[in-house]
Write a protein that binds this ligand. Structure first.
Ligand code: PEP
Ligand code: MN
Length: 357
């Protein structure tokens, strides 16, 4: 069961913990910007009424097949996830850009410098790559993670990279600002728990055949470890259509916003698989209310070791950023491109775009 505590009531926290433990529950205290909770796990018949009646308890809910911590009602204004200089979910849009795979120093440094100069807010790049074929390039592994971080530091950008094995989390953590959980691993419980415990932001990609309800439950795993810094990423689902790699499900944006308080970003690169479709779908995603865009960019897509067909050339990234700005403004959002970034060093949290209270 999940118990919402009245914030700051330490005696209540101790009393409820003791009561749950006496019944044999495993108890965790979870403190988020939007509230304090106790999770009492492992009880067959949780004594809701008894706990509900205790001092300092706002409510107690039986945990079942629906998300509780990730549910919109826990934070109706929407949660913000800090990444580098920005807070994703606020008025300003996130622009996460970089190659599918980190390939070599020159490739990742040149991409990092370029995207930083033209409006990216974070640098992406895979080092542990989930490839369909075991014969395909599998990524540079830990060396790639460290190279990505070096490039990010030089360019002044936080870095996002995929983790595939819970056993890699500890080695990667010092070099990673945001862990990506790839679509293929969306429902990998041990991995979700491991990144939850790492306490860093997580970019959670939707599984290609996951429903939105399943997607939010995957996020719930991370929150249940005490980490609410989760960014949901729609990246296309598998449908009968074969003209595109996946079908970008823009329904997901408003529907997820109704289901959960977590920020929602969109990856039109994997969502379409087609370079020429990336920018139009990025514009559509921003128009539909996405909190940011994740996009693959490569200095020489024809030579990319993965996902070259969907990677933007560097100048196309610049154009994408410029084209997204008026769309953002039309829907009451902001895209801080470099000249405005210098004038607006801090996010204006008071603008009415969410804020974790
Ligand atoms: C990626 O971001 O390069 C990637 C592998 O994405 P997905 O997990 O969405 O396929
Ligand atoms: Mn890719």
């Amino acid at each position: 069961m999940i118990v919402r505590l009245i914030r700051g009531d330490a005696p209540a926290r101790r009393a409820v913990t003791a009561a749950l433990e006496a019944m044999g529950a495993k108890v965790r205290f979870l403190e988020f910007p939007f509230g304090s909770f106790l999770a009492g796990l492992g009880l067959e018949n949780p004594p809701l009424k008894k706990i509900q009646a205790m001092a300092g308890v706002a409510w107690a809910k039986a945990a079942g097949s629906r998300p509780i911590l990730a549910a919109r009602e826990q934070n109706p204004h929407g949660s913000l996830v800090a990444l580098g200089r920005m807070e994703i979910g606020g008025e300003a849009l996130a622009l996460v850009a970089g190659p599918c795979s980190v390939e070599d120093r020159e490739q990742i440094f040149s991409t990092a410098r370029f995207v930083a100069a033209y409006g990216a807010t974070a640098l992406r790049g895979g080092a542990h790559k989930p490839r369909t074929s075991p014969y395909a390039f599998q990524g540079l592994g830990q060396a790639g993670v460290e190279l990505l971080k070096e490039a990010g530091l030089e360019a002044g950008l936080p870095v996002v990279t995929e983790v595939m094995d819970p056993g890699d989390v500890a080695a990667m953590a010092p070099f990673v600002d945001c862990f990506q959980i790839g679509a293929r691993n969306m429902s990998n419980g041990p991995l979700l728990k491991a990144v939850g415990r790492a306490g860093k932001p997580v970019l959670l990609k939707r599984g290609p055949s996951a429903t939105l309800a399943e997607f939010v439950l995957a996020a719930e795993y991370i929150l249940l470890e005490g980490n609410a810094q989760v960014i949901l990423c729609e990246r296309g689902i598998r449908t009968f259509e074969t003209a595109t790699r996946n079908t970008l499900d823009l329904n997901a944006i408003p529907v997820l916003k109704g289901m959960t308080h977590l920020p929602v970003v969109v990856d039109p690169s994997h969502g379409t698989g087609l370079r020429h479709a990336v920018t139009p779908m990025a514009r559509a995603a921003v128009a539909a209310g996405a909190d940011g865009i994740v996009v693959e960019v490569h200095p020489d897509p024809a030579r990319a070791r993965s996902d070259g067909d969907q990677s933007l050339h560097l100048p196309e990234f610049r154009r994408l950023a410029e084209e997204l700005r008026p769309v953002a403004e039309a829907v009451g959002r902001r895209l801080d491109l470099p000249e405005t970034l210098n004038q607006v060093p801090l996010l204006r949290r008071s603008m009415g775009w969410g804020g974790s209270r």
